[in-house]
Design a protein around this ligand. Structure first.
Ligand code: 5GP
Length: 191
């Protein structure tokens, strides 16, 4: 059975605050369910398999690409893959819920092109590249080399903002969360 539903896409450079906003929405709006991506990176901190990500080997990821099991996937960082499994979207739609994504910018645009009017694509914009770099550095979870790759990617990604349905400024986290909540509730309520 394929019951098509809606999708909410949150994209942004890493460190812009999108994960916090998505987690906030999940606690406030019961109609939403998080799309758990598959990734080949190792768990960070207290991340759990099957909750934050499906942590799989590169071999398994490549096998799933070959079997066309992904709606979209990206080699987000050199040698590290992330992707959305077709079964994940179907699982959530079958429960009658709206899928919410925390996904990189290219992946977000890919999904928007694919699902068009069924999808609301929101770009979370940090106050500046400097603030973004500060936030990423402050996390203290990545090596210097990984951080540098994230900075370079973030700078590039900021240019994609105009291609999204909405640009949500995250200068103040509480304000951004409130605005996101209003936008999402409104989109879910539409026919
Ligand atoms: P992190 O390693 O910080 O969890 O994620 C790195 C980047 O990959 C983030 O921008 C995150 O949103 C993105 N990402 C997570 N899941 C997916 C996915 O399924 N597809 C794509 N294209 N990007 C993803």
């Amino acid at each position: 059975m394929n019951t098509n539903g809606k999708l909410i896409i949150f994209s942004a450079p890493s460190g812009a605050g999108k994960t916090t906003i998505v987690q906030h929405l999940l606690t406030k709006i019961p109609e939403l369910e998080f799309s758990i991506s598959a990734t080949t990176r190792k768990p960070r901190g207290d991340e759990q398999n099957g909750k934050d990500y499906y942590f799989i080997s590169k071999q398994e990821f490549l096998h799933r690409i070959a079997r066309k099991q992904f709606v979209e996937f990206e080699e987000v960082y050199t040698g590290t893959f992330y992707g959305t499994l077709r079964t994940e979207i179907e699982r959530i739609w079958q429960k009658g819920k709206t899928v919410i994504f925390d996904i990189d910018v290219e992946g977000g645009l890919h999904l928007k092109r694919k699902y068009d009017g069924d999808a609301l694509a929101i770009f979370v914009q940090p106050p500046s590249l400097e603030v973004l770099i500060e936030r990423l550095t402050g996390r203290g979870t990545d090596s210097a080399e990984k951080l540098k790759e994230r900075f370079i990617k973030a700078e590039k990604e900021l240019n994609y903002a105009p291609q999204f349905d909405i640009i949500l400024k995250n200068h103040d986290l509480q304000t951004a969360c409130d605005e996101a909540e209003a936008l999402v509730r409104n989109f879910i309520a539409q026919d």
